[in-house]
Design a binder for this molecule. Sequence first.
Ligand SMILES: *Cc1c(COP(=O)(O)O)cnc(C)c1O
Length: 320
Amino acid sequence: MVRADVGDEQHGDDPTVEALCDRVAALTGKEAAMFLPSGTMCNQIAILVHCRRGDEILAHEDSHIVINEGGGPGALAGAVVLGLRGERGTFDSATLKAALREKRRNAPPQTLVEVEQTANAGGGSVWPQALLDDVLDTAHDLGLKTHMDGARLMNAVVASGVPAREMAARCDSVWLDFTKGLGAPLGAVLCGSAAFIDEAWRWKQRLGGSLRQAGICAAACLYALDHNVERLAEDHANARRLALGLAAVPGLTVHEPETNLVFFDTRPIGLTADELAERVRLAGVVLSTVGTYRMRACTHLDVDAEAVDAAVRAVAEALR
Ligand SMILES: *Cc1c(COP(=O)(O)O)cnc(C)c1O
């Protein structure tokens, strides 16, 4: 980061940012890409480009844009989100078709289908490629645009072996985050057609997401692409190790992880998620609570197998 070649990113002359954008556009198979400070800004700018006020977005009811972006689609684009149901954060084309409204003057125009790869609240689950293709083809057949929240796209790639460009082939826009398992301090890259990115630049400027010597950040993202992608498999192995360990703690119900997120329920042990989180925090273990009785653990490049075992011991100890 210290040695990065930098320039004025707003004017397209920061060479490190340009190099990162070229690289991510190639990775996702898109014409153009844009550097942004965060994944949330990628989602919101994509929605601002794809949707007009009053439009309806179809997305899983547990998707990040529904539960974790402060009502951004409504606050910024003036769009509403219709939440779809389905297993592990996914949905099928039948569900999508069933949610389609007859085109009438009093129905909201439905303009965008959004999918999350991996699905965070779905358990860090990977959309099976055939299901994803079918849903996105159906969306296009129906005249809707498609957007992929790829915060953990590379986790899906590493877990499934399907290349990113194949996963994103039917997406009009896609982005990936460098701050999740990839370990950079900030940064995300949004990709799409040249026309889409052109329009997205206007919103980047309006929202104050246009930067100056952002190459210092892009350098960390390039480092992440070179060093931290393949090792995501270690996070996945550690997540499986954690799930196995937790499942052996009497009373805990653990959902089988597909990538680096492990969800488990605390109801059978008679503690709320907050209560358990508080107890293990004292032992130096940080767990997220995502519901009254639902906890989420995340394995990442700062957590090794030994730390996983220590976390399991801390949870078991907390229940004694
Ligand atoms: C973390 C996350 C985001 C937002 O990314 P930030 O970089 O934290 O803004 C969006 N979608 C999903 C699925 C995420 O997990």
